[in-house]
Design a protein around this ligand. Sequence first.
Ligand SMILES: [Zn+2]
Length: 385
Amino acid sequence: MKKHDQDFMKRQNRLTVFEIIKNQQPISRASIAKQTGMSPTTISRIVGELTEEGFLLESEQVSVGLGRKSTLIAMVDAAVLSVGVELDRHQFHIGIVDIQGNVVAGGRYPRTADESADVTLERIGAELDRLTKAHDIDCERIIGIGIGLPGIVDNDSGVVVFSVQLGWKQVHLAERLKEITGYDVAIDNELKVKALAEHLKGAAIGSSRTALLGFGNGVGSAIIVDGEIYRGKTNSAGEIGHTTIDPNGMMCDCGKAGCLQTYININSLLSEANKIRPTRSIEELFEARRAGERWAVYLIERALMYMAITINNVVCMYNPDSVILSGELGDKFPEIYDEVVELCISKFVWEPLRGSFTILRSELHEQGVVIGSGLMSQNCFFALK
Ligand SMILES: [Zn+2]
């Protein structure tokens, strides 16, 4: 085996063992060996390393009946915290996340759409500082920062390649934020970390093939296959918002015409609504629909139809066992989910795939990106150390 492959295997083994202990603690070495198929020597080496680093503790337990002593391994709960950050056009959201994915402290902070990357990153550093002081959090326990954001993200190099929503291009985000805060920084696309969070903590626990769809300021998806995020060549797999629906359609903020997201996302809905009458917020548009104004009924029902079509298209492409619906539209107006599911099942699902998948709602809602980012940072830490 090549050196590079050996290192990769070592990191994967370490992460696998760590995940099993985290989820099944207290647990014996023998049980870990049985589940992973790794040798007792490998298990002992990994457990030894993690114990020495202060993440695990071992306790002797006498089993009932036989009177035999066995050693069980458990997590040191307070040992690890990480920081999850959700970065968006009009705000950023910081959460301190523990090893179980609970947010122990957090806050939301407004930003202006034209705020530069440097200013935003300085502000994240300052707010994080304030947050840890206000909640009396021991910074020694924080092992790193994870960030989820909209756009094309090179997760290996920590570079934001292109984000229309943030207006950023080629921003060396991980490197810059590490300079400011001193912490290791991992970054990824927001829907990919959200899918990770739902997979580890939320609606997708136990699913091996998950498609998560996001309908909000943008439209996108993330796919998890056997516990791994499917990334594609440039970490752009799942960018369905820019699939072309109508070459003669409306202009998209990406510069093309007729992208899927121009029928669904909040900005597009508002700009269409404003052709009829001044509409400042998505709430106003839904209000107009409730009042039975035909243009508003038409706009929203068209969006719901395209959401239903998107579910069918993604199911045809990936054949998942679960489809998770998420995003600001459904978080704000949960009633639309039933309409979309009903439409999809009654009109758009391809017959051979009917019944092959379950449609679920996000369980972590607007916390998903922060939790997923925090857990991503922990995964990087335990796998790479
Ligand atoms: Zn587009």
